[in-house]
Write a protein that binds this ligand. Structure first.
Ligand SMILES: [Zn+2]
Ligand SMILES: [Zn+2]
Length: 321
């Protein structure tokens, strides 16, 4: 059995042996909460066309949409993913706490839940035990549709595996992270209330608070949700595979850009602990640029990067990019 720390930052799924996990039950309450978290942002998007430019959508709303998107999307990509799941760089405790808050504001589950499921994804990537692989759902177009749905949204309604605690032992030992995790409902409230308060103050009106809530809250959460979830679904289906990764992960240029560098997903599965996902100069990786900026300011260190030799070894001969 490998050491815990080896499992947690798993280099590649093939490095570890599989083990049987009996399924657990999901309570009705959890299912309903999950449904609400998915549906309500969609309702916000459906309401948004009634607020067009100059009529409930202006510079303040656009600023709140982009600003809140950037904070919560980076909270997932830099905080939850590269910092907490893969420990690809090191930083101060108070900055870790901030990233835990920002990631929670994306409303994709609390810190420990997100980290545990993603570590399991890497361990079993695209095997049947993978919590959100789009594969193994039947053949043909229907199998593809079923697989896409499961990887994108369906898996949220499945129970945690019995060995779930195993993947988050290291984080649970840190008091500040336990606090950040347990205060998840507070960060959810903050994520919805903050854009409304800012919108109201900047425009000095109740209407500004309402449209700030719609654009900086609901529409923004919808975008962060589906762009992040596309890394699980689309980026295990469509794109290039320049590296050996023992799975179906792909580099998808569209989500490379939209998901702040996370769409270079084949590269990520080949080098999971790398702080940089877009290893080529042309592969836009906004999250890495922000981490580099943090390092420049003395706020991040021990940035992990694969050597040129390691990159050359893992490269497929036939693929170009
Ligand atoms: Zn993946
Ligand atoms: Zn990962």
């Amino acid at each position: 059995m490998p050491e815990l720390s080896e499992i947690l930052v798993a280099e590649r799924k093939s490095d570890f042996s599989s083990f049987e996990v009996p399924p657990q039950k999901v309570t009705l309450g959890v299912r309903l909460l999950t449904l609400v978290a998915i549906i309500v942002p969609l309702l916000g998007v459906m309401a948004a066309p009634f607020f067009v430019w100059g009529w409930g959508f202006g510079w303040t709303d656009l600023g709140l949409l982009l600003g809140m998107y950037t904070v919560s999307a980076l909270g997932i990509t830099i905080g939850f993913h590269r910092l907490f799941v893969h420990r690809s760089f090191e930083t101060y405790v108070w900055i870790k706490f901030l990233w835990a808050i920002f990631g929670s504001m994306a409303i994709q589950g609390a810190l420990f839940q997100w980290v545990g499921m993603h570590r399991r994804h890497h361990k079993f990537s695209d095997r049947p035990e993978d919590p959100h692989t789009p594969h193994h759902h039947g053949k043909g177009f229907l199998g593809l549709l079923k697989g896409f749905w499961h990887a994108h949204i369906g898996w949220f309604f499945n129970a945690d595996p019995a060995d779930f605690e195993h993947y988050i032992k290291d984080l649970k030992n840190i008091r500040s992270l336990r606090i950040a995790n347990d205060l998840f409902p507070l960060w959810v409230a903050l994520s919805l209330i903050l854009p409304a308060v800012l919108g109201g103050i900047i425009s000095s009106s109740w209407m500004g608070a309402w449209t700030g809530f719609i654009w900086g809250g609901l529409v923004r959460i919808f975008l962060v949700h589906h762009i992040t979830w596309s890394v699980n679904s689309a980026c295990h289906l469509w794109g290039m595979q320049p590296y050996h990764s023992d799975d179906e992960s792909r580099n998808n240029i569209f989500f490379g850009i939209l998901a702040m560098g996370e769409g270079w997903h084949n590269t990520h599965h080949a080098f999971p602990t790398s702080v940089r996902h877009g290893l080529s100069w042309w592969q836009i990786d906004t999250s890495y640029w922000v981490i580099r900026m943090m390092a420049f300011l003395g706020l991040a260190w021990n940035l992990k990067l694969p050597s040129k030799e390691a990159q050359r070894k893992e490269r497929r001969i036939t693929a170009k990019s």
